[in-house]
Design a protein around this ligand. Sequence first.
Ligand code: MG
Ligand code: MG
Length: 248
Amino acid sequence: MILLKSPVEIEMMREAGRVTAAALRHVGEAVRPGVSTRELDRIAEEYIRSQGAKPAFLGYHGFPGTLCTSVNEQVVHGIPGKRVLKEGDILSVDCGAVIDGYFGDSARTFPVGTVSQAAQSLMDATRSSLEAGISKMRANMRLYDIGAAVQQVAEAAGFSVVREYVGHGIGRDMHEEPQVPNFGQAGRGVQLKPGMVLAVEPMVNAGGYEVRGLDDGWTVVTADGSLSAHFEHTIAITEDGPDILTIE
Ligand code: MG
Ligand code: MG
């Protein structure tokens, strides 16, 4: 069942979204060659707690970090640790915060120092694909209009969208119905309604869309070792169109 949120609930989610967005900004300001993913995780956790919020991912199904930090060919769910970032890496950071029982969830991929043109193009296309998906989040559009728009932009740039992991409804739980694929046929799926709040999160690979899991039980990598990027926002559908909650 898709839970519709009242305007009051959406305002509470906006606060969770603001904390999430600010945490990501602080992380982004610290991304540079020589920093470890564990240091970035600490920055995010300290900021989130300073706001009276809690990290949403820490302990979620046993996940050991505040952030998911996924480097280069890592797609999602990388565990923060000793890894030190190098010039030319790309780092996908996924962050969630919960405050007063409501969740925010957002992700972005950061360049570490100067990156290759190929890496920059992948990041740009992934961000553009998210924007294209968000533009479809209007009452009376259909769920798959979002994924179709994401897929069209990513594939037009020569990249592929991951199939195995998808976006999701969000609210009092981090993952609610419906699932929000980043691919599919426009015009299909449930009708979008004001009060729906969705986390849209394209994961775009430079090579093929296939992925596999590493032995740590969490980290997902591209099957062909190609680079991957990830951008995510939590967005409410309102009478006036999409309302991005994970911004400051
Ligand atoms: Mg996320
Ligand atoms: Mg998410």
